[in-house]
Ligand binder design. Structure first.
Ligand code: ADP
Length: 455
């Protein structure tokens, strides 16, 4: 679950619990208050009736009925029953149908002095009235329709407020959680683009006092240290290989000179010839390392211009065939470009030629017929170069590692090389914002594809 949704959910659960608790509290206090208030009204009504009956001699039962029916305080389904010492009913006010009583109930009131209970929807109070000549048991009951209606109304109001409150909380919490986490998502996007492009890029540190500002600042520090370490490594490789070139060139010419002088000695001649080829190998490695170090340079340091991809391919083909006369290179279009700009890319001609040369060279080197077919394909945004051969292919185990520096597959035994070519190609293509992919089957051939955005 996304952090935004988790925060929103937790916040909603907290707010909903508070709202529900308060609603339940408000409702139960109101319900309690209504019940007590109505019982008080019943009690007062019953006391008034008893007082008329016992204290005011002028009032008889019939007059009391008339008074009862005509007072403003008459309640709905009201009943007032008065019993004498022998539990004989001596007064009935209202409609007795609504009130059920028995001997046990009356005895319980005599014992406890006062009771409050419900009979269906009616509330009932019963008590012992002892102000006259004899103790009387009084039962009063009625239905609090108005109070219950108010309570029903309160219940509805609370229910709607609760639903709307929870709904609003869900929306607001999603909105606010999203807002607070947005800077983190932005930082996340920027971090992915940094790793893909270059270490020179930095995260914006909008507010260095909040946690996100500090995160960006710390990440920038890590980037600076990484960049320094990376630069040191690149600079070491560059300078070491550069420094080695001159003594190696000198060594090579001295060996050649010595080889000429010792031309008469067959044994020494063989030693010098081996020395010469080893030195040649060392010079190749040094040159490759130098190129590798150059390919690690930042995009800003590489000069970019408009380059026509066909020109690069033909120039690489020429160079390859000059170095290895037996190599056969076929260059063709998969589709005729709709626009002449579709084969024009923003790049460094020298570096792109290095990529093409390397891929063509590999294809010829690792196939018996020393043939490579290069196909140019274009669409609205990209220009694709496919380098296909029908050579020895690459095993499934080697395939994921062929772009690693100094990695040579099991199939490379017996073939010249140092395992640097493809890693250089990959870096150069990345500098150009493109992609390089490989598909290969052992003993069937390989297909390297380079994807570059055209102008
Ligand atoms: P190398 O100098 O060994 O050719 P690369 O970096 O150019 O170094 O290639 C790395 C490895 O990828 C090679 O050693 C080889 O195993 C494999 N490889 C590259 N291109 C091909 C190809 N066209 N056919 C078969 N294997 C290849």
């Amino acid at each position: 679950m996304k952090i935004r949704n988790r925060i929103a959910l937790q916040f909603t659960v907290i707010v909903a619990s508070i709202l529900v608790t308060f609603s339940v509290l408000v409702y139960s206090v109101s319900a309690n208050f209504r019940e007590e208030e109505f019982n008080d009204r019943l009690y007062n009504k019953a006391i008034t009736t008893c007082r008329f009956l016992v204290m005011v001699k002028e009032v008889d039962v019939d007059l009391l009925h008339i008074i009862d029916k005509n007072t403003l305080t008459t309640l709905i389904d009201e009943n007032v029953l008065v019993f004498n010492r022998e539990n004989r009913l001596i007064y009935t006010g209202g409609d007795s149908i609504f009130l059920q009583y028995d001997h046990d109930l009356l005895e319980m009131i005599r014992r406890e002095g006062e009771i409050e209970m419900y009979q269906g929807e009616n509330q009932l109070v019963g008590f012992l009235y002892e102000e006259g000549d004899e103790p009387l048991v009084v039962l009063a009951s009625a239905n609090d329709k108005f109070g219950n209606a108010k309570l029903h109304n309160l219940r509805q109001t609370l229910w709607w407020s609760l639903s709307i409150g929870i709904g609003l909380t869900v929306l607001l919490s999603i909105h606010f959680a999203g807002n607070s986490l947005r800077p983190i998502s932005e930082i996340n996007d920027q971090i992915s683009s940094i790793t893909a492009k270059n270490l020179k890029q930095r995260l914006p540190e909008a507010n260095s006092y909040d946690e996100i500002g500090q995160l960006a600042s710390n990440f920038n520090d890590v980037l600076s240290k990484l960049e320094q370490a990376f630069e040191k490594q690149r600079s070491f490789v560059y300078h070491a290989s550069h420094e080695l070139r001159t003594p190696l060139a000198a060594l090579k010419s001295e060996i050649q000179l010595a080889e000429k002088r010792m031309a008469d000695h067959a044994e020494a001649g063989e030693v010098f010839s081996n020395l010469s080829s080893d030195t040649e190998r060392l010079i190749s490695i040094t040159n490759s390392l130098l190129l590798f170090a150059r390919s690690l340079e930042d995009l800003g340091q590489v000069q970019m211009e408009r380059v026509r991809i066909e020109d690069v391919l033909f120039s690489a083909k020429k160079e390859l065939q000059f170095a290895n006369a037996g190599s056969i290179v076929h260059i063709d279009y998969a589709n005729l470009p709709e626009d002449e700009n579709h084969t024009l890319v923003e790049g460094n001609e020298e570096l792109l030629k290095r990529v093409c040369l390397n891929l063509m060279d590999n294809a010829c080197k690792y196939s018996e017929c020393r043939t490579v077919t290069v196909t140019i394909r274009t669409d609205k945004s990209y220009c694709y170069l496919l380098f296909e051969d029908e050579g020895i292919g690459i095993s499934e185990d080697d395939l994921p590692h062929v772009f690693d520096v100094f990695y040579r597959g099991g199939n490379a035994i017996g073939h010249d090389g140092f395992g640097i070519g493809l890693s250089i190609c990959q870096r150069i293509v990345e500098i150009h914002g493109g992609k390089i992919l490989v598909l290969s089957k052992l003993n069937q051939g390989s297909r390297f594809s380079v994807q570059l955005r055209h102008i």
